[in-house]
Design a protein around this ligand. Structure first.
Ligand code: PEP
Length: 256
């Protein structure tokens, strides 16, 4: 059976003290997680080590980074490698977030290299995809997202693909308060699973965790997570508030 995951992407928010306080509040009310229902926290690089210290004894609660460089080490001032992330306690890395694609010009060919670098360190990759509003309005979102997945991931062997989690995040829903409806999310997640099945077969596709991201909150999480192909969420704004984040985790725990 495939895993369900709620992952919190803190983006460039929370200093060390604020991050420690948030994690403390989350831990107080965190439901008991299990092999099939897990949580990932993705703080800034600076908070990975301290957050890991806070959660290391909590089963099925893990740390993710929000990005990594494609090279393992070298003269790349200001960058952080996958091996550094791993060494600080992270087990996951978010790659291909629409903000990285848009503001930092991350192309599919660069993302391929980052995916390879992360997998070489045995990190699980949370690979983001999702269309802008113009593509949704033109009703070409299925092809657009399929192409992002093909370009970023289809060079992988099946054994590597097992370490990929997909996060579908329609850009028009990120931080806008406008959530995809449950049928819109289900249709796209089903499309993504079919795309993966065409290359890797239906068994691997059926075992791939596909998260929804975009203005997910406690009030809509239950309906979204009830969709058969929605396996949890990548959460931005609501991950910065312990009550909201735990509410979303609880919705995952209550989902089938
Ligand atoms: C995100 O950017 O990954 C995200 C899902 O943000 P939000 O929940 O704030 O829309």
């Amino acid at each position: 059976m495939r895993k369900k995951i709620v992952a919190g992407n803190w983006k460039m928010n929370l200093n060390m003290v604020q991050g420690v306080s948030l994690v403390g509040a989350i831990l107080k009310n965190l439901p008991d997680l299990n092999e099939l229902k897990q949580v990932v926290l993705a703080p800034s690089f600076l908070n990975i080590g301290v957050t890991y210290q806070q959660i290391m004894n909590t089963p099925f609660l893990s740390i993710g980074a929000q990005n990594c460089h494609q090279e393992e080490f070298g003269a790349f001032t200001g960058e952080v490698s996958a091996s550094m992330i791993k060494g600080a306690g992270a087990s996951h890395v978010i790659l291909g977030h629409s903000e990285r694609r848009e503001y930092f010009n991350e192309t599919s060919s660069l993302l391929k290299k980052k995916v390879d670098a992360a997998l070489a360190q045995e990190l699980t990759v949370i690979f983001c995809c999702g269309e802008p509003l113009s593509i949704r309005d033109a009703a070409t979102e299925n092809d657009y997202v399929a192409q992002q997945i093909q370009e970023g991931l289809f060079h992988l062997e099946a054994a590597q693909m097992k370490h990929i989690v997909i996060a579908y995040e329609p850009i028009w829903a990120i931080g806008t308060g406008r959530t995809a409806t449950a049928p819109q999310a289900q249709d796209m997640h089903h499309n993504i699973r079919n795309v993966i099945a065409t290359k890797y077969g239906s068994e691997l596709a059926g075992n791939t965790t596909i998260l929804y991201g975009g203005s997910c909150k406690p009030s809509n999480a239950e309906e979204l997570f009830a969709c058969p192909d929605v396996d949890g969420g990548l959460i931005g704004g609501a991950a910065l508030n312990a009550e909201d984040f735990v509410g979303i985790i609880t919705a995952m725990m209550n989902s089938k």
